[in-house]
Design a protein around this ligand. Structure first.
Ligand code: GRG
Length: 297
């Protein structure tokens, strides 16, 4: 496939752009001197993850025929929300994980109080950053609303509550899918939507982005469940087997590994098919979906 040729270099280019922008924002805040909380925010932002969500924002902006640089503030905002969610998710009152990305979780390094504040401050910094985008006010307002809805009680927070209730309980496949659409899916959907909003994309493009994102999000979560059983803890940067220990219902516990892999493949295929409207311009997004299906971390 032609689009295989420069996937890695495009991904690296985007990651470099995002890392530089995030570092600049955090360094600016650090220079203002807010003590331990800002160091704790920087720790989790800078020891970066895969940057999937901001890459989606920049690439959807480009695919919708706009300079991706316009969407950098939106891309930073979504990564800040994602990072806040991971910091809070690792806390003892939530998933209680000591390791994240191969390093001590934020609360292990900085203590629970500072970790809580760092998450809170990253959430508000996300909106501070988004509102500074050099775009039409209408686009910025819409992006702010879309991000707030995706992150909050209409999205990730609701999914997180459902996920916590899932521990020690048996839930059915519909409840599991609803949990994942909210907890994981809404931010991924939002990442794609923000790219479209920055590009003033038309309704067809927004619908395609939403269909792609929903399926990508489900495939992503199913692969996450599979990696928790068969993944390599060193590559993942955290121990495996936590879903089983917490007696959580997952795609693997409900359907078994073989069926879960088939389901992840099916959602990846649907995500790729949703991109038809963009033609070959969306080849990077097709490759990204395939890579996330095959990922080991
Ligand atoms: C605390 C409100 C609140 C929500 C937390 C994101 C989340 C909700 C929980 C994290 C636990 C988890 C396994 C969520 C599923 C989504 C997921 C696989 C997140 C990890 O995303 P990656 O792989 O992370 O993109 P990196 O480290 O690459 O940034």
């Amino acid at each position: 496939m032609i689009y295989k040729m420069n996937f890695d270099s495009v991904l690296k280019q985007y990651a470099d752009v995002i890392n530089e922008a995030l570092n600049n924002i955090l360094n600016e805040k650090q220079a203002e001197g807010y003590g331990k909380t800002v160091s704790s925010m920087s720790y989790s932002i800078k020891n970066g993850g895969k940057r999937i969500r901001p890459v989606l924002t920049l690439e959807f902006c480009r695919v919708c025929k706009t300079d991706f640089e316009k969407a950098i503030p939106f891309a930073c905002a979504i990564e800040m929300i994602h990072t806040y969610s991971l910091i809070h998710d690792d806390l003892p009152c939530m998933d209680d994980d000591d390791m994240r990305r191969g390093l001590p979780a934020n609360h292990i390094k900085f203590g629970e109080t500072i970790a809580l504040l760092a998450g809170d401050a990253l959430q508000t910094l996300a909106f501070e950053t988004l509102f500074k985008a050099e775009l039409e006010p209408a686009a910025i307002c819409r992006a702010g609303e879309v991000l707030a809805r995706a992150a909050g009680i209409s999205g990730m927070v609701a999914g997180q509550e459902m996920d916590l209730e899932n521990e020690d309980n048996q839930i059915n496949p519909e409840q599991l899918q609803q949990t994942d659409l909210l907890k994981t899916g809404r931010l991924i959907e939002c990442a794609c939507a923000l790219g479209c909003i920055a590009a003033f994309a038309n309704a067809d493009a927004e619908k395609a982005a939403s269909d792609y994102a929903k399926n990508l999000g489900l495939a992503f979560q199913i692969v996450d469940d599979i990696l928790d059983v068969e993944g390599n803890s060193e590559l993942l940067g955290k121990p495996t087997g936590s879903d089983g220990e917490n007696l959580k219902s997952t795609y693997v516990s409900i359907f078994g590994i073989k069926k879960a892999k088939e389901m992840a493949a099916e959602h990846t295929k649907r995500a790729i098919n949703a991109l038809a409207v963009f033609g070959s311009e969306a080849n990077f997004l097709r490759e990204l979906a395939e890579n996330l299906y095959l990922r080991e971390r």
